[in-house]
Write a protein that binds this ligand. Structure first.
Ligand SMILES: Nc1ncnc2c1ncn2[C@@H]1O[C@H](COP(=O)(O)OP(=O)(O)OP(=O)(O)O)[C@@H](O)[C@H]1O
Ligand SMILES: [Mg+2]
Length: 258
């Protein structure tokens, strides 16, 4: 039996007069790689903020590992679009900072060896003493992935983490994150508005609608990895389907704006 590690049950949320969600319901299974795909402004980042207890819902219920987000937040770690590293700390120092903030009584030596192990896991064993300004965009994002792993989260929340990277680096990072996910067995919730990215990464894709946002469609992906969308009839079909749904959403959004 699979267990749900995170749930949204009939969640509603308004910002002033604008309804973002009305009865948004979905759940996330232990160990899965879930991609949340949806048009700009539909509330993808906001859903991560609700999970992390950064904002409250107006109605319904969000639960993290069976608890309210106010208790469950410590099971989560974030990787943001831009890495948000401390410029005065090395790669190693930045990963240690993540642990220092979360575990106040962990011995320094233990934090250091964990940070070294995780930086090696993300392929930065030779760059630990570099400061963020000396690292490439992809390397900085690897540091932030190591920092997220360092706090021993059950669930990693990633908000368009590769969208600022160039195409080749983005491709490499997608392969890396799959490898890390397979090696660590963590649950990953990955927000993107890129159909190819969702099809390359996910076990399951949630396609969100325009506001008021609901789940338009859930797609299970069983294609083996590494995935080659162009050469897989099944994935190509799913891609065409998602792109056509996406185009409808974008047309509707433009009509709503006018
Ligand atoms: N603090 C806030 N106050 C008012 N409105 C907000 C606030 N935060 C977000 N919103 C609005 O809520 C909606 C959802 O925002 P969110 O950032 O979650 O979108 P998103 O799906 O992540 O979009 P993108 O793909 O562009 O990152 C948007 O219309 C946004 O303007
Ligand atoms: Mg966003």
């Amino acid at each position: 039996m699979t267990t749900d590690v995170l749930k949204f049950e009939n969640v509603s949320l308004k910002f002033k007069d604008e309804t973002i969600y009305e009865n948004l319901t979905f759940s996330v299974r232990a160990g899965e790689f879930l991609c949340i795909l949806g048009p700009s402004g539909c509330g993808k980042s906001t859903s991560l903020r609700l999970m992390g207890d950064l904002i409250p819902a107006d109605g319904g219920h969000v639960s993290v590992m069976g608890a309210d987000p106010s208790e469950g937040w410590s099971k989560l770690a974030y990787v943001f679009q831009s890495p948000r590293l401390a410029p005065w700390r090395t790669a190693l120092g930045n990963v240690m900072l993540g642990m220092e903030l979360r575990f106040t009584d962990k011995p320094k030596a233990e934090m250091r060896s964990t940070a070294e192990r995780l930086l090696a896991l993300v392929g930065l064993q030779d760059d630990m003493e570099k400061y963020p300004a000396m690292l490439s965009g992809g390397e900085r994002q690897r540091v932030s992935i190591a920092r997220a792993l360092s706090v021993e989260p059950e669930i990693i929340l990633m908000d368009e983490p590769f969208s600022a990277l160039d195409l080749n680096t983005r491709r490499r990072m997608r392969d890396e994150i799959i490898r890390i996910w397979q090696e660590t067995g963590k649950t990953v919730i990955f927000v993107t508005h890129d159909v190819d990215e969702a099809l390359t990464l996910a076990n399951r894709v949630l396609l969100l609608s325009n506001k008021p946002t609901t789940v338009l469609e859930t797609i299970e992906l069983e294609a083996p990895r590494p995935r080659d969308i162009e050469n897989s009839p099944e994935l190509s079909e799913q891609k065409a389907h998602l792109i056509s749904l996406f185009q409808t959403l974008e047309t509707n959004a433009t009509e709503q704006d006018n």
